[in-house]
Design a protein around this ligand. Structure first.
Ligand code: MN
Length: 271
């Protein structure tokens, strides 16, 4: 494996030059199989298990090249944030066009100081890498539009944008960006996270999907007790791919063809 610093530098360049990238948005059409992975939170084991499971399924259905989408929250909480990031970037470097990383609310140094990653770096005598890690965070897009699926870490931007240009202009530093990284759907699981975060409803989800010409919103961010995933409003799928040391069920999406995602619930797998 390449030196971690080298990996970060290479991946920052890749993020900046992604096909279909317009500011905070990545918008493109794709062919082949699709995998979507939710929060991993420093669990290398969860990532390895998902990769192994996907290879087995893909072989079984004679799937072709796989497009991987990761919904953010790679670091904090779990024990192996450093190893996980290095593994993710090395994985990506093998097929740069087929792997996309979105930004989560934990791709934020202030969060890292409270939830573990900053301490992990300190224990490895790697405090000096924080600047480069922050640059990597800032190089990540916030929203992916891969018809018929739109992806974010938390929820739709609010107020709902009026155009693709409007979406590409969203910054993580402003309110709309904060909602993309932090929002949860309005349901019985909703707990206010404070700091101006909010719940989004069916109508807002529909309005956003209509604007981006997609049928589904796939997001992470929220642990779903006993299941590892949930579906809201018939259009919004939550995936959580970390066990958080508690053996929680973990989920991911695999589909042989992105256009075959009309019955999206059939493509959700749990570990
Ligand atoms: Mn999150």
């Amino acid at each position: 494996m390449k030196d971690f610093k080298e990996l970060l530098k290479l991946d920052i360049l890749l993020n900046r030059t992604l096909a279909g990238r317009q500011g905070s948005l990545v918008r493109r059409e794709i062919d082949g199989a699709v995998v979507i992975v939710g929060d991993l939170h420093g669990e290398i084991e969860s990532l390895e298990q998902i990769i192994n499971r996907v290879s087995a399924i893909n072989r079984e259905v004679k799937g072709e090249d796989i497009n991987w989408f990761f919904l953010g929250d790679y670091v904090d909480r779990g024990p192996d944030s450093l190893e996980l990031l290095a593994r993710l970037i090395s994985f990506r470097l093998k097929k740069p066009d087929r792997v996309l990383f979105l930004r989560g609310n934990h791709e934020d140094w202030k969060m890292n100081l409270h939830y573990g990653f900053a301490w992990e770096l300190h224990l490895h005598n790697m405090d000096s890498l924080s600047g480069l890690i922050i640059k990597w965070y800032e190089s990540l897009p916030l929203i992916a539009v891969i018809p018929p699926v739109a992806m974010v870490h938390g929820g739709p931007p609010f107020p709902i944008p009026v155009s693709f240009k409007d979406i590409s202009d969203i910054s993580f530093k402003e309110t709309r960006g904060m909602h993309v990284l932090w929002s949860d759907p309005d349901d019985e699981y909703y707990m206010n996270r404070g700091g101006g975060t909010r719940a989004f409803n069916d109508r807002e989800c529909q309005d956003f999907l209509r604007l981006v010409e997609c049928s589904f919103l796939v997001r992470g961010h929220q642990h779903v007790p006993l299941k590892g995933y949930k579906i809201n409003f018939g259009t919004c799928i939550t995936l959580f791919s970390a066990a958080c040391g508690l053996g929680w069920p973990r989920s991911f999406i695999y589909a042989k063809d992105i256009n075959d995602m009309k019955n999206l619930h059939k493509h959700i797998y749990t570990l």
